[in-house]
Ligand binder design. Sequence first.
Ligand SMILES: NC(=O)c1ccc[n+]([C@@H]2O[C@H](COP(=O)([O-])OP(=O)(O)OC[C@H]3O[C@@H](n4cnc5c(N)ncnc54)[C@H](OP(=O)(O)O)[C@@H]3O)[C@@H](O)[C@H]2O)c1
Length: 311
Amino acid sequence: MVGSAIVRALQTQSETNIVTRTHAELDLTNQAAVQQFFAQEKPTQVYLAAAKVGGIHANNTYPADFIYQNLMIQVNVVDAAFRNGVQKLLFLGSSCIYPRMAIQPMREDALLSGVLEPTNEPYAIAKIAGIKLCESYNRQYGHSHGVDYRSVMPTNLYGPGDNYHPENSHVIPALIRRFHEAKVSQAPSVAIWGTGTPRREFLCVDDMAAACLHVMQLPKSIFDEHTQPMQSHINLGSGSDVTISELAHHIARTVGFTGRITFDVSMPDGALRKWMDSSRLDALGWKPHIALQQGLATAYQDFVSRQEQKP
Ligand SMILES: NC(=O)c1ccc[n+]([C@@H]2O[C@H](COP(=O)([O-])OP(=O)(O)OC[C@H]3O[C@@H](n4cnc5c(N)ncnc54)[C@H](OP(=O)(O)O)[C@@H]3O)[C@@H](O)[C@H]2O)c1
């Protein structure tokens, strides 16, 4: 989802010289293959969006895969980029790098200030290592080789290219599927887990991609003014959040589901509020442009067109 959105954003800037590889074409955990790719293609800039991702269940079941594969992908790509003269790289992390009890909204300086959420700790540790990898290469090779590797931490994303799997998808794609199926089967109601009161922040992936290009293309002097060498990551948030109930009603309207929405209060709510402080991004001159309703409409179009493409 993220990598494709970054490619679309680069294309809108008329960038034609974009090199991509699918997982099947290049396994980024394979150090020799990654070195060979960089030596052959000699990219000048790198956006590292590839990662082993998954929900709570996958993170709990395969913790070794999550920490090993993500560390390997990052170490191989960052080092191969450096060895092949890449001066600009953008690393994609996520909000799970922040401690479980971080003060809300979560500021960049909350990093490493407390205990992580245990369910995705191995994944979060790998992402934190990715930030520190970039910072360490900057500190050692910034002056001598012009290395300028930056990191961004997006909030919850949704939009074209999302995963609509019935069991292991995030809340927006999961609700799009459920409301769509309820509409098609003319179900009278849809039950949502929990009370509907927790608040969550969402950013459309196309907005996120625009923010990535903005951060990548900032002059170094401006970037340095707003960051520190050992605290250089930037939160990518939308600056506003909605309750799960509001979100469900938005999605139902987008999909055209007219039945009832009920809340199964016997199911857990999770954290009451989770959102990111995006004031650093704001100070760097970027704001989101895609309102939630507009982004949901695009996401639903994407869902429907993928349903239609299915054999
Ligand atoms: N989605 C969100 O809400 C969200 C929020 C915050 C941050 N992010 C970050 O954004 C990044 C991308 O996430 P996404 O949502 O775009 O996930 P995604 O759609 O699953 O994309 C990840 C891509 O990485 C590829 N990949 C995995 N292991 C690889 C390997 N060893 N070699 C080469 N390619 C490999 C996957 O290929 P296969 O599918 O074929 O394995 C997939 O194409 C991640 O770093 C994630 O932490 C996402």
